[in-house]
Design a binder for this molecule. Structure first.
Ligand code: ACM
Ligand code: ZN
Length: 546
């Protein structure tokens, strides 16, 4: 009997530890105070302020229903009028979700006491983040689909007040080099949402494949989305002989955008221009400087065949494509690439050279006339997208020459682009290869890892990133946030994709979310092993364990 009692007490401690303490939430909350006591959440009524947005109420209702299912004790949901006043006045047991307009758009608070829990937020994002925090405080079984009625569905009494450090908490996915179907993209969004990321940068077009249906240019999803084989391993002269392709229909794009929005994530599409366009040229060779023939690339790297920007038909193409893109993606930004655009073809092309003369562009001591020609393209597209109510983001090459006001710079070749952009008054997002390229190898010895592009980016290095290093404090407001990029040249399966993403994305999440000085590597590593790996197991993700 005594042995059973001791076992019982040990199990109790084990499950309390498993359920996690407020300070163990990832990303670590801005403020978390542990109090005495606890609250059994399973079986409680869930009541939502009807003045919260319908999407927020739906998220609470779905949380309550899932908790009721896994815990075996149903949590009835309602949205009764006058809830806020009743909560202030009463002591009734329950889980309450209230609208608090004094809180910022992404802020939330959770107070857990004996008998009841009160969550406050001003809108959808705050409610979603509060729900993610609650999931983290509960047993990992909350992430699964199995009934787990022997778990302790108990929260520690606590007060959490939380909001993110950066507004842009992005994760990128390259769907061009390898294609990820809608279900895999949704899994990617799910795990982003679990760790409170809020921008999905979707790289949809490149030399190796065009992945988005454009109604006005049907050949993009008949020809440009295919390549005639893929190089094998690192052998640039090889070809596996397997035709490779895929694209998202516009209905699928809408489905992904809606799915992301319900999880607090804005999708930022990237149409990379004027370079990285070989796949498009394969279908519309008249848009290139030489007229082709062209074919989507079967090898990795950067093609020097780019759009001919001396021809007006190229701008007609871009404006038509971007009009459809602007319709499909409701977010305020469209990413227009701008990286790695070789200028060799433009130098030889009579149309591009005529455009250079017409614009009076000249080489100077810093930039070539062709670099200024790329500025012209950026500005023209930027002006066009402004007519659709959209702002542009470009990779840091768009800073070369003269960038027009209003563009946002994504700094990937280190942080110099963000430092320069913010100094000049442009907004910037940090995605430096040094800390944010998740295609880089996770071990010092690459032979111990799956074949990859090279580089070395261990978890601890991601975690150590200081986003504002080198940024003039007076310009820090121009740094919108931090994002990691996952290019997929050497990543062909969902398992490998998730292995590259996880757990590095969790380290990224703390860089993006936690107040300066609040990160703690020792704590993170402990929480990762004790709590997050079981969470990822329950949620069914592949990840690197070391
Ligand atoms: C990039 O990695 N070419 C932005
Ligand atoms: Zn040309």
């Amino acid at each position: 009997m005594k042995r059973f009692l001791i076992m019982g007490i040990l199990c109790l401690f084990a499950s309390l530890a498993r359920a996690g303490m407020p300070d163990d939430v990832v990303p670590r909350p801005a403020e978390a105070v542990l109090l005495k006591g606890s609250l059994r959440l399973s079986g409680l009524p869930f009541k939502c302020d009807p003045s919260l947005p319908a999407e927020a109420q739906a998220a609470v209702s779905s949380f309550a229903s899932h908790l009721g299912y896994v815990s075996g004790k149903s949590c009835p949901f309602s949205a009764p009028p006058g809830l806020a006043a009743a909560v202030d006045a009463g002591k009734a047991k329950g889980a309450y979700f209230l609208r608090d307009t004094a809180l910022g758009a992404e802020a939330y608070s959770i107070e857990v006491g004996s008998g009841r829990m009160v969550v406050r937020a001003s809108g959808l994002s705050g409610i979603l983040y509060a729900l993610e925090t609650l999931r983290q405080l509960l047993p990992a079984a909350i992430y699964g689909q199995q009934v787990a009625d022997r778990e302790r569905w108990v929260l520690p009494a606590c007060v959490i007040r939380d909001e993110p450090r950066f507004a842009w908490r992005g994760m990128h996915l390259d769907s061009s080099r390898h294609f990820w179907d809608v279900d895999e993209v949704k899994r990617y969004l799910d795990v982003m949402a679990m760790y409170k990321l809020n921008r999905f940068h979707w790289h949809l077009t490149d030399d190796q494949g065009w992945r988005i249906e454009i109604k006005a240019y049907p050949l993009l999803s008949q020809i440009s989305c295919w390549r005639e084989g893929t190089m094998v391993g690192r052998d640039f002269s090889s070809n596996d002989g397997i035709r490779y392709g895929g694209f998202y229909t516009q209905d699928e794009i809408r489905e992904v955008v809606e799915y992301a929005a319900a999880r607090g994530i804005t999708v930022v599409p990237e149409i990379d221009l004027p370079g990285h366009m070989l796949a498009a040229l394969a279908a519309y060779p008249e848009l290139g400087c030489t007229g082709g023939p062209y074919a989507a690339w079967t090898r990795w790297g950067v093609s020097d065949q780019v759009l001919c920007v001396g021809k007006e038909s190229t701008f007609e193409f871009l404006e038509t494509v971007l009009s459809e893109v602007a319709e499909l993606f409701p977010g305020e930004y469209i990413h227009i690439g701008g990286d790695e655009c070789p200028k060799d073809e433009w130098k030889k092309c009579p149309d591009c050279q005529a455009r250079i003369r017409e614009l009076g562009l000249r080489d100077d001591e810093r930039f070539s006339a062709e670099q200024y020609l790329q500025n012209y393209v950026t500005k023209r597209i930027q002006d066009f997208l402004a007519t659709k109510g959209k702002k542009v983001i470009g990779w840091d090459e768009i800073l070369e020459g003269e960038l027009a006001p209003g563009a946002t710079v994504m700094s990937w070749r280190g942080t110099a682009g963000a430092i320069e952009a913010s100094r000049k008054g442009f907004d910037a997002i940090l995605t430096p290869t040094s800390h944010c390229y998740f295609d880089y190898c996770q071990a010092e010895d690459p032979s111990t890892e799956p074949l990859g592009i090279g580089g070395y980016l261990p978890l601890e290095k991601v975690y150590s990133m200081d986003p504002l290093e080198g940024i003039d404090p007076a310009k820090a407001h121009h740094i919108l946030g931090v994002q990691a990029n996952l290019w997929t040249e050497y990543i062909a399966t969902p398992e490998h994709l998730e292995y590259m993403l996880l757990p590095r994305m969790l380290a990224l999440a703390e860089v993006q979310w936690c107040p300066a000085g609040q990160r703690d590597w020792t704590r993170f590593l402990r929480v990762l092993h004790e709590h997050e790996f079981p969470v990822l197991d329950r949620a069914g993700y592949h990840y690197r364990t070391k």
